[in-house]
Design a protein. Structure first.
Length: 255
């Protein structure tokens, strides 16, 4: 009976020691850190590798230090020119201070997600629809800088923000198409008017030259006759001076 009692005692002791070691030993991966609390007070950050805790007295919070990709759900945004759009984005951030991310905010994931949604609406609401569609890189930078300045107190570094989709109502798409078509027509009319203005200017210059040189006008008339003569379907009566010498400047009459 004594031997059995001793065996039972040692078995219980072994189980207790195994449980004690199991609760005391922690192994952290390369990208993990452990925020240690001793009797509820922060006493340090450890890891990666093997760490030892005092059971019951010490507790730890495991923090992932890798870059996290957060999908920002679609947000209803009213642009500066009063256009309603749905915008979704992707947020890339990383915990750079495990202590602050654990102590300063209850859940840094939830807090960062909510902050990203409100910041997305606030920043995009300051811009017109054309800017949202054409200047995404600039908007991404503005959102990233705004978020990063606010999450710094939580030990969070926002590395990048990417706007994924900007969904516009069907009626607004048709309005944008009409606007683009009107803009193309306006540019065509401007180009046509500029061409006519340049042509008129050249004609004016030619008229001034011909007015100064009468012979140039006569040579132009002869050139026109030569061009019209190629069309044999018409008969053209053209006034012609009786004195050929008068057509060429500097030509003298005989006798």
């Amino acid at each position: 009976m004594t031997i059995l009692a001793d065996f039972g005692f040692y078995a219980v002791l072994a189980i207790f020691l195994i449980a004690f070691l199991a609760s005391a030993i922690r192994i952290l991966r390369e990208y993990e850190r452990a925020v240690i609390f001793t009797l509820g007070r922060y006493t340090g950050t450890k890891g990666p590798g093997l760490i030892l805790l005092i059971p019951v007295i010490q507790k730890m919070v495991r923090v992932d230090m890798r870059t996290i990709v957060l999908d920002v759900p679609k947000q209803d945004v009213i642009s500066k020119d009063n256009v309603s759009v749905n915008v979704s984005a992707a947020l890339y951030f990383q915990v750079i201070d495990a202590e602050r991310s654990t102590i300063q905010v209850e859940s840094f994931m939830d807090a960062t997600s909510e902050l990203a949604q409100t910041t997305l609406r606030a920043v995009l609401g300051k811009h017109e629809l054309d800017e949202m569609l054409a200047d995404r890189d600039k908007l991404n930078d503005d959102i990233q800088k705004t978020l990063d300045s606010q999450t710094e107190a939580w030990g969070i570094k926002v590395a990048n923000v990417e706007i994924k989709h900007i969904d516009i109502a069907e009626s607004m798409i048709r309005a944008i198409a009409r606007q683009a078509e009107g803009e193309r027509e306006r540019r065509a009319k401007v180009i046509n008017a500029e061409g006519e203005q340049q042509a008129a200017q050249k004609l004016l210059e030619a008229a001034e030259i011909m007015a100064k040189e009468p012979g140039a006008m006569q040579l132009r008339c002869l050139s026109s006759l030569n061009f019209i003569a190629g069309d044999k379907s018409s008969t053209i009566v053209f006034p012609f001076p009786m004195d050929p010498a008068s057509m060429v400047p500097g030509m003298k009459k005989d006798g």
